[in-house]
Design a protein around this ligand. Structure first.
Ligand code: UDP
Ligand code: MN
Length: 301
């Protein structure tokens, strides 16, 4: 893996970044003059030590954004226990992909067993499993149904979701550094970032970490500001409410802590990701361009 773009380059910087207070990054040079449908995902609200923020701003050159035709897409859907969502997503997604003449396949990666969910490991499994057949990927939540979406192969990582049609969330539009829901990126981006961290268990923050890994490779991430998705409500048992927050809070605070260490440039993506994932496929089922694999991705401990 090539070395990240703005890591703490020496022991002194590393030490300072570890202990300096975190504040907002502030001005985002990549946003200067940006306009139109596809624009950089802003970083000004990220909270980092000022030294790391300075490095990030330096690496934020405005970048060319374009699409390329004739590339092979694998849509990776991390999954467990959401059959109703998958039944709604699949026809809507296939209609979009067919309508846009995309050369695609859909890969559902299901976590076996009832241990704590690890979305990032499922995505990493999908990336490796489909690598020989893919030029680019879309990592796709099972409960986000495309309404207005662009699945073409982007030159830089692209968040497809900006507006949400929702009955159960307060936000209906993502204006900040949100980088989740449905994202397309090229295979070389996935491998440059070493995929996602394998260490986020349970709900939350693995998506921020992935955004940051891409930024650390000097990749300016974009968003489709006309991207519209319908967001299905989670099943009752998986509702993220005050009550369930109590249940997941040990994992969530560990995830927050890890994400914050990432923002302090204290973690090395080269040591945790695609190159350190272990998984085994327990079952596989293929039906035309649709494939579902059930995988053992290990458990927390
Ligand atoms: N997911 C799943 N089963 C689970 C938890 C998560 O399949 O038990 C997958 C699914 O693709 C889902 C994504 O992970 O869309 C994000 O999880 P979730 O919907 O719980 O996140 P939230 O909507 O609460 O942000
Ligand atoms: Mn959801």
């Amino acid at each position: 893996m090539s070395s990240p773009r703005f890591p703490a380059q020496n022991a002194l910087k590393r030490l300072l970044n570890r202990f300096l207070p975190r504040g907002r990054v502030g001005t985002d040079p990549a946003l200067a003059g940006s306009q139109g449908r596809y624009r950089p995902v802003p970083v000004y609200n990220l909270k980092m030590p000022w030294l790391a923020a300075t490095d990030l701003r330096r690496s934020r050159r405005p970048s060319e954004f374009a699409f390329e035709e004739g590339k092979k897409l694998t849509v990776i859907i991390p999954f467990r226990n959401r059959d109703e969502h998958l039944a709604a997503l699949r026809p809507a997604l296939e209609a979009q992909l067919d309508g846009q003449h995309i050369d695609y396949r859909i890969l559902v990666v299901e976590q076996a067993g009832d241990g704590i969910f690890n979305k990032a490991r499922l995505i990493n499994t999908g990336i490796l499993h489909a690598a020989d057949d893919s030029d680019y990927y879309c990592i796709h939540d099972v409960d986000n149904i495309p309404v207005n979406a662009d699945y073409r192969c982007p030159s830089l990582p692209l968040r497809l979701v900006t507006k949400l049609q929702t009955t159960h969330r307060r936000e209906t539009e993502y204006k900040d550094h949100y980088f989740s829901g449905a994202i397309t990126f090229r295979k070389e981006h996935a491998f440059a970032a070493n995929g996602l961290s394998n260490q986020y268990w349970g709900w939350g923050k693995e998506d921020d970490d992935f955004f940051f890994r891409l930024l650390m490779q000097g990749l300016c991430c974009f968003a489709d500001y006309q991207g519209v998705y319908r967001d299905l409500a989670n099943p009752q048992s998986q509702h993220f409410t005050k009550a369930t927050q109590k249940r997941v809070s040990p994992q969530l605070s560990a995830n927050r802590h890890r994400r914050n260490s990432m923002l302090r440039l204290q973690l090395d993506p080269a040591r945790d990701g695609l190159n350190s994932l272990t998984y085994s496929i327990l079952a596989a089922h293929t039906e035309g361009r649709f494939e579902k694999i059930v995988v053992d991705i290990g458990s927390q401990g």
